[in-house]
Design a protein around this ligand. Structure first.
Ligand code: ZN
Ligand code: FE
Length: 253
């Protein structure tokens, strides 16, 4: 069985250690804080054997060199990770697979936040590590890609089974919920989820991971095709409606 250990690091990031008892392998999904991740692995008694990077940003790949120096682990990730130091040991792209013991993860292109952003989906476990592509009730900012590229990326995530558990890299949910309610105020599922999020956060509990089905029902970015009339773009292509909602979020206070 796969064990997934999630813990908060930095201001609002989550770190993830994924451990396979049978092989003794442990991978960390991104490296936001090398010291915290190494300490947590020690505490668990897990030896980090791999890193799987989602994109090049420092709060995702900034701890690679320190963790690799300390553990000798193998780094898999997109080519763009070379931008913060060294290229991954194994460059992976859409359609590739990576292994943790007997477990297989499919690499999915989710470019948009950065051009080379990838996600790791473990279909047998019905879990996916999505970095800064989709967030609970949100999605990554378009720093490098276009709205069309990001829409296609989100559509790839939406094509996973509805009961897939999504592990995103930031606790942005409460502020995402405020924006979501501003564009989709009549959505009863969203209102109920907002109440739940308020409860969780007031108890200082994480809202991550989340189920894909819940995102489909409440995430305004995935719901762009259904919100066209509400945003005054009844005949726009889906990606343009998505782009408009993303723009509104960028300017939302
Ligand atoms: Zn990022
Ligand atoms: Fe990030």
């Amino acid at each position: 069985m796969l064990q997934i250990h999630q813990f908060p690091v930095l201001e609002d990031n989550y770190a993830f250690l994924v451990h396979d008892d049978a092989s003794g392998e442990t991978t960390c999904i991104d490296t936001p804080d090398a010291a915290a991740i190494l300490a947590e692995a020690d505490r668990k008694g897990w030896r980090i054997t791999q890193i799987w990077n989602t994109h090049w940003h420092p709060d995702h790949a900034g701890g690679n060199s320190e963790i690799k120096a300390r553990t000798g682990c193998i780094v898999s990730g997109p080519q763009e990770v070379e931008r913060i130091g060294q290229a991954p040991d194994r460059v992976v792209k859409h359609g590739d697979t990576v292994k943790l013991g007997a477990f297989t993860a499919n690499v999915i292109d989710v470019g948009g936040h950065t051009l080379g952003h990838i996600a790791y989906s473990l279909p047998a476990e019905k879990v996916a590590f999505v970095g800064d592509s989709i967030f609970a009730l949100g999605c990554g900012r378009l720093f490098e890609g276009t709205a069309e590229q990001m829409w296609n990326s989100l559509s790839r995530i939406a094509a996973l089974p509805d009961d897939t558990t999504l592990y995103c890299a930031h606790e942005y949910t409460a502020s995402n919920a405020r924006f979501a309610l501003s564009v989709d105020p009549d959505n009863a599922a969203l209102r109920a989820r907002n109440d739940e999020i308020t409860r969780l956060r007031s108890d200082n509990k994480p809202t991550v991971p989340m189920k894909l089905a819940a995102e489909k029902a409440t995430n305004p970015f995935l719901r762009a095709p259904l919100l066209k009339a509400a945003i005054g773009m009844p005949t726009a292509p889906d990606y343009e409606a998505f782009g408009e909602i993303r723009k509104r979020k960028d300017n939302f206070r």
